[in-house]
Every structure is written in structure tokens, then in C-alpha cells.
Design a protein around this ligand. Structure first.
Ligand code: ZN
Length: 253
């Protein structure tokens, strides 16, 4: 993301991005926003919603504490009438909980969508993040227009114009160790990184699932399947004749 946009976000949400200039040994946030400018608006809106939720909770919490104090000191006139109307005979005042400050630990693009990793927050902030991450999968990472996930080679979300401009031709992207790929495994899309490219063109893919520990991540062998527009000419590997290609898991026998 452009320097100016990065700076704008850090300035506007100093608490969320408190670690932006932290040390690489302590936070991945030191790398800044590792995604395109097209997602700036989405991130800006997300942070506004998160901070607003935290600040509103704090305000409501402090207000209620003030009323509780007024009740304890018998200054009932300092409690708004509508609150007094709701009070039980023992004048219990409900104190809304605080929401812990959200701090971004890493913001990046991965498999074509936004990943916004944080510490702190509550169910509401987690839901907001999840919504923004989903929306990024339909938003061009370059310009912010409506986009689609392009799944040749590595996965990116781009609008039509930027997909064309970036010559998004799957044929150009030969796999190399470390590349992110999607593999079809028993009808499900399985995401991982290429660990090895074999001489016969097959690849070994290490599952990429943040919920799993390293030793639990499966290693799957896959071969490429090419679907041709004209299936009478399957040997015509002309890009024009390729409808789509995907990686198919090879079952262990
Ligand atoms: Zn675009």
C-alpha cells in the first residue's frame, strides 16, 4: 500500500496501529499494510467501525459507573429519569462491559483476500473483521472496484481491467516452492503452499491452515488438470484452447 495511505491509517487509528513502527522481532505490523491500495477504503471503514464500537462501549460503561456512584451517594437527581424508571427496588444499575482495545498484529493479502490479524476485541470486532475479509474477496486489490478472485497461478482479487492489464494468464505461472496454490481434494478446495516440484510435473503442497500446528498440516501430492474448450483437441495447449486448469489431489494408494 502507498506510503501516504499507510500513514493516514496509522494517524487516524493510533490505538489499533500502535505497533506499526514496532520491531520485526516483536510484530509483523512493522511491514505495514501488505496489500494493494484498492483495499484502503475497506480497511479504513473496518477500523472506524472497530474503534467506534470500543469507544461507545467505554462511554456507556463510564456513564453507568457515574450513575451507580450517584445512587450510592443518594443523588438520584443526577440519574436520568429514564434510567430511574427502569431501576429495580434495590436500585441495581447494570454496568455494560468494556471492550479491550484491538491492536493489529498483521495486515496482509493472502490467497486473494484480506487478512486482518489482531489482539484484543470481542465478538463484534471479530465479526466486523470477518465481514471485511469476505468483502475483500470481491474488491479489486488494485483499484477498489468490484472484482473477482483470479485463480490462475497465485490467487488475487482483481477487476476485469486489472486482470487484463496484469496479463493474468495462468500459463505464465509455473509453480515454484513457496507459491500459494489451491488443490481440489475430495470435492473440497484445499489451500497450501508448494513444498516441492517433482520432475514429472506433480507438486507436493503443504496445507496452510492457521488453526493447525505445523506438524498437523498435511502434505498432499497434486497433479495439474487442464480442461479444454475444444475437448476434441486436448493436445492443443494453446492458451486460447484452455478453459481452465486446476490442481487435483493424487490419492495415496
Ligand atoms: Zn481494478
Amino acid at each position: 500500500m502507498k506510503k501516504e495511505l499507510d500513514y493516514y491509517l496509522v494517524k487516524k487509528y493510533p490505538e489499533i496501529f500502535a505497533d506499526r513502527y514496532g520491531k520485526p522481532t516483536q510484530t509483523a505490523m512493522c511491514w505495514g499494510f501488505d496489500c494493494g491500495d484498492g483495499w484502503f477504503k475497506l480497511i479504513n471503514l473496518l477500523c472506524w467501525q472497530i474503534q467506534h464500537h470500543i469507544d461507545s462501549a467505554k462511554e456507556a460503561h463510564e456513564k453507568a459507573l457515574g450513575w451507580q456512584k450517584a445512587r450510592d451517594e443518594n443523588r438520584l437527581e443526577d440519574i436520568p429519569q429514564w434510567i430511574r424508571n427502569q431501576l429495580s427496588p434495590d436500585y441495581e444499575i447494570e454496568i455494560p462491559p468494556l471492550v479491550s482495545q484491538v491492536r493489529a498484529t498483521q495486515v496482509k493479502e493472502k490467497f486473494g483476500s484480506l487478512r486482518f490479524y489482531v489482539a484484543g476485541g470481542d465478538d463484534v470486532t471479530h465479526a466486523l473483521i470477518s465481514m471485511a475479509e469476505s468483502l475483500s474477496g470481491q474488491t479489486c486489490e488494485i483499484c477498489g472496484e468490484a472484482g473477482k478472485m483470479q485463480t490462475g497461478g497465485w490467487i488475487r482479487t482483481l477487476c476485469k481491467k486489472h486482470a487484463e492489464e496484469n496479463h493474468y494468464d495462468p500459463k505464465e505461472y509455473d509453480r515454484e516452492p513457496g507459491d500459494a496454490v489451491g488443490v481440489l481434494l475430495k470435492g473440497e478446495f484445499f489451500r497450501g503452499n508448494v513444498e516441492q516440484v517433482h520432475p514429472d510435473g506433480t507438486i507436493s503442497v503443504r496445507e496452510d491452515d492457521w488453526r493447525k500446528k505445523d506438524e498437523e498440516r498435511r502434505l498432499i501430492k497434486a497433479r495439474e488438470v487442464i480442461v479444454y474448450k475444444d475437448d476434441k483437441q486436448p493436445h492443443n495447449q494453446d492458451p486460447e484452447n484452455i478453459f481452465y486448469r486446476y490442481w487435483d489431489a493424487i490419492e495415496d494408494k
